[in-house]
Design a protein around this ligand. Structure first.
Ligand SMILES: Nc1ncnc2c1ncn2[C@@H]1O[C@H](COP(=O)(O)OP(=O)(O)O)[C@@H](O)[C@H]1O
Ligand SMILES: [Mg+2]
Length: 318
């Protein structure tokens, strides 16, 4: 029902609309307004909430939690987290896994920047009162990247890392695991009281490092710290970023010596992807969208495929 009204008081108009008119157009009719009103009525009513805004169905089994932390600043932790999340989301065209990425770097978290996403105020509200955390709050705190990846960005303003504690982190992780097949966590470079919480909750804790003294020393220190607390060191998967090419024999032998002296495995090696990598991040896109053939992208895609295949095999064996 379209109402065309002339000289009607706002109260009367309100009454008429409340009684069932769908549209109101003033008289004399402004050009094209009647036509526009008719067209609006013919459009299907918008769904209550857009599909992408809903959380995926809860799953009692719970998803896989993969955390990423840099053993030194700038070693590519966020690059790995963001691109791994995207590759996992694209890992199976027929049955796309549900993936979310949680930026736990409350201070300088840059996942939002890497994916050119807005930071929502709800994120701060969520963290400041996780006892009230439920599906609705979580859903509102997430933003969607290209319909396929859900992102909990860092808050708009810098927060002290100890503003949140183990209980807060547990609540958020539990909720995320219930709804997503993969939960990727981008951790701050610093160790905090809730690092242990994430370490215990995750299946794999990726630690990025480079072939330099800084990474080597930090690696020893973190190993000592975790060992002293009896934490599950075996969950750490070291990723050598900007790894030298196989043809660079001198550097290869340095990699081997580094792994031996630190007593760590360096199976995951990520090549240098050059300027394209930071350019992609500056454009707010995963490498797959800007430089699909980039060597770093290929390696992260391979990693995602092998992780996804592993999960599938385990599900089938169970
Ligand atoms: N393998 C790589 N090849 C080229 N550039 C890289 C590579 N890994 C990281 N970068 C760049 O290095 C910078 C730091 O990476 P970032 O992921 O922010 O590190 P972190 O999160 O560990 O501090 C970014 O500009 C990123 O684009
Ligand atoms: Mg980072």
């Amino acid at each position: 029902m379209i109402l065309i009204a002339e000289d009607v008081s706002p109260a009367a108009l309100h009454q008429l609309l409340r009684n069932g008119a769908d549209e109101f157009v003033p008289y004399p009719l402004p050009e094209g307004e009647l036509q526009a009103a008719i067209e609006r009525l013919q459009e299907p009513a918008p769904a209550a909430a857009p599909e992408s805004a809903r959380l995926p169905e809860a799953n009692t089994e719970g998803g896989v939690v993969l955390a990423v932390q840099g053993l030194a600043g700038g070693t590519g932790a966020t690059t790995l987290a963001v691109n791994l999340a995207w590759e996992l989301a694209c890992a199976d065209k027929a049955r796309p896994p549900q993936v979310c990425i949680l930026d736990f770097s409350l201070q300088f978290g840059s996942v939002a920047t890497f994916l050119d996403l807005p930071r929502r105020d709800v994120v701060f509200e969520m963290w400041s009162d996780t006892e009230r955390l439920d599906e609705d709050v979580f859903r509102q705190a997430l933003v969607t990247f290209e319909d396929r990846l859900r992102v909990l960005t860092a808050p708009t303003d810098i927060l002290p890392l100890d503003m949140i504690g183990p209980d807060d982190v547990t609540r958020v992780l539990d909720l995320a695991r219930r709804h997503f097949d993969y939960v990727i966590v981008d951790m701050p470079t610093t160790l905090v009281q809730w690092t242990e919480t994430v370490l215990n909750a995750c299946q794999i804790y990726f630690a990025t490092l480079e072939l330099d003294m800084r990474s080597a020393q930090n690696c020893l220190r973190i190993k000592r710290a975790l060992q002293a607390e009896d934490l599950p060191l075996e969950k750490l998967r070291y990723c050598l970023n900007r790894a030298p090419k196989f043809t660079d024999l001198g550097a290869r032998s340095r990699v081997k010596r580094m792994a031996e002296s630190l007593e760590i495995g360096l199976e995951v090696q990520l090549p240098d992807g050059g300027r394209a990598v930071s350019q992609s991040a500056d454009h707010g896109l995963p490498l797959a969208s800007t430089a699909a053939k980039n060597p770093l992208r290929r390696e992260i895609a391979k990693l995602a495929q092998s992780l996804h295949a592993l999960g599938r095999d385990e599900a089938e064996a169970a």
